[in-house]
Ligand binder design. Structure first.
Ligand code: PXG
Length: 460
């Protein structure tokens, strides 16, 4: 498809006819988008023939890397056999049944049934509806408030976007859909007080949940929702004290816990789900992205037996569903994806090799003049760029230096994303030492080039 068109022509057509997500279209029209034409394993290629090391797994998604033949074949076979069939009206099909059983096996013990969608946003919308429906069926319809966190990302639909805590998104779709509250995020580097240990900060950030429950009235609260690690918010890794305290508060007030595992699911932290890594007991897990390694859209919510029991106790419909809920081709690809991840032992490998390799590689940059902090958990990592390492002072015009650095990464043939001035990475589970070495070299060069650009702004 790409051979018939020159890059410049594709860029021009793109600017004329394609509206991109989260993009400044004025600057896109003048600069043009980079055209990605091919992927293979850990690498992508653009239309100029440049090879790019993909440090973002596409977008926190391609856990198996790009262009695995087995996934293509699983989709192809399913398309020839049964390309589409709905799951409404008491019908089902083998791939959705087998995938549901597999997900129930991988998820925590009490989560055994799955409701499907095609995107993380949809899965969170489903979870919001399930949570409120559950309380209504239990005779507590006032319990509608879902508490989440500032800078959380739960998707772009109006409900999921409202549950998320991205102020710049709320500003566009005014007013935030009713029934959501946002507490502080557990971001020690950015939010802790002088001298406050990560432990103490973690407890304080968790107690913000209890304060909010008491402020709105426990009888009105339906659930707490959180990403085990905030991804799009800047790979914010809660201190160890945080999640146990959140779980204690959730239990104390008897509210539901929704773990949004759209980024953390399917091995990223060295466990199938991050809930298992942190030892939390969610009542709902939402997933998407890496369920198929991104080869085809698929998402869902894995639901606690106690919620399903309440649904079952009422002879009535749960009035919710998507045409593509449990799409057979997507389910077939997901099954193959999970099978390969399992066969190649990629999940324990995160714990034993890839996670420590990422941590070791990032640690090499902690003394760089631009770097305030490096952090990682499993295969999620971040480098904070600051103007003053000692005081953690940011550069003026937050986000500007992050983009300078991101462009240097691009220039060096590497993808890492900028969240304001925090550079984040989520490598695929298949990286070998060669890719970590390559990343180390390009990060070193890109950081030095960035330093060169902003040296005058650094604290003396
Ligand atoms: N929850 C979480 C935790 C996510 O990270 C969604 C829900 C929504 O998924 P969908 O499939 O509807 O996009 C996400 C998505 C970024 C970026 O720039 C992150 C996401 C999406 C787009 C960009 O980091 N995460």
């Amino acid at each position: 498809m790409t051979n018939q068109y020159q890059s410049a022509q594709l860029q021009e057509l793109d600017a004329l006819h394609h509206l991109h997500p989260f993009t400044d279209h004025q600057s896109l029209r003048s600069g043009g988008a980079r055209v990605i034409v091919r992927g293979d394993g850990p690498y992508l290629w653009d239309s100029e023939g440049t090879r790019i090391l993909d440090g973002m797994s596409g977008l926190w998604t391609a856990n198996l890397g790009h262009s695995r033949k087995e996934l293509a074949e699983a989709g192809y076979r399913q398309m020839l056999e049964l390309p589409f069939s709905n799951t409404f009206f008491r019908t089902t099909h083998p791939p959705v049944v087998l995938l549901s059983r597999k997900l129930a096996e991988l998820a925590p013990d009490n989560l055994n049934q799955v409701f499907y969608g095609s995107s993380g946003s949809e899965s969170n919308d489903t979870a919001i509806r399930l949570i409120r429906h559950y309380w209504a069926l239990k005779g507590e319809p006032k319990r509608r408030i879902i508490i989440s966190r500032k800078n959380a990302y739960h998707g772009s639909t109006i409900a999921a976007g409202s549950m998320g805590g991205m102020a710049h998104m709320h500003a566009h779709s005014y007013p935030v859909y009713e029934g959501f509250r946002h507490i502080m995020d557990p971001y020690w580097y950015g939010e802790s007080r002088e001298g406050e240990s990560p432990e103490a900060f973690g407890i304080r950030a968790a107690r913000a949940l209890e304060d909010e429950i008491l402020a709105v009235g426990p009888e009105n609260v339906a659930a707490f929702a959180g990403e085990p690690v905030q991804g799009a918010g800047g790979v914010k890794i809660a201190p160890e004290s945080y999640w146990p305290e959140v779980q204690r508060i959730v239990d104390k007030y008897g509210i539901l816990l929704l773990a949004d595992e759209v980024i953390t699911g399917f091995g990223r932290l060295g466990t199938w789900f991050a809930s298992q890594y942190y030892g939390i007991r969610p009542n709902l897990i939402t997933f998407a992205k890496a369920a198929t390694s991104g080869y085809i859209p698929l998402s869902g919510v894995i639901v606690d037996d106690k919620i399903v029991d309440v649904l079952m106790a009422h002879a009535d419909d749960f009035n919710h569903g998507y045409t593509f809920s449990g799409h057979p081709v997507a389910c077939a690809v997901a099954l193959k994806n999970l099978e390969i991840i399992e066969q190649e032992k990629l999940v324990p490998r995160v714990k034993e090799f890839t996670g420590p390799a990422l941590a070791k590689m990032l640690a090499k940059f902690k003394d760089h003049p631009l770097v305030g902090e490096v952090r990682s958990v499993g295969l999620l990592g971040a480098i904070e760029l600051v103007a003053d390492k000692r005081t953690r002072r940011r550069f003026a015009d937050l986000g500007r230096v992050g983009l300078i650095c991101r462009d240097h990464f691009f220039g060096e043939g590497f993808i890492m994303r900028a969240v304001f001035d925090t550079m984040v990475t989520a490598p695929p589970l298949i990286w070998t030492q060669d890719q970590f070495d390559e990343a180390e070299e390009v990060i070193a060069r890109a950081l030095d080039l960035t330093l060169n650009d902003v040296a005058g702004e650094l604290a003396a």
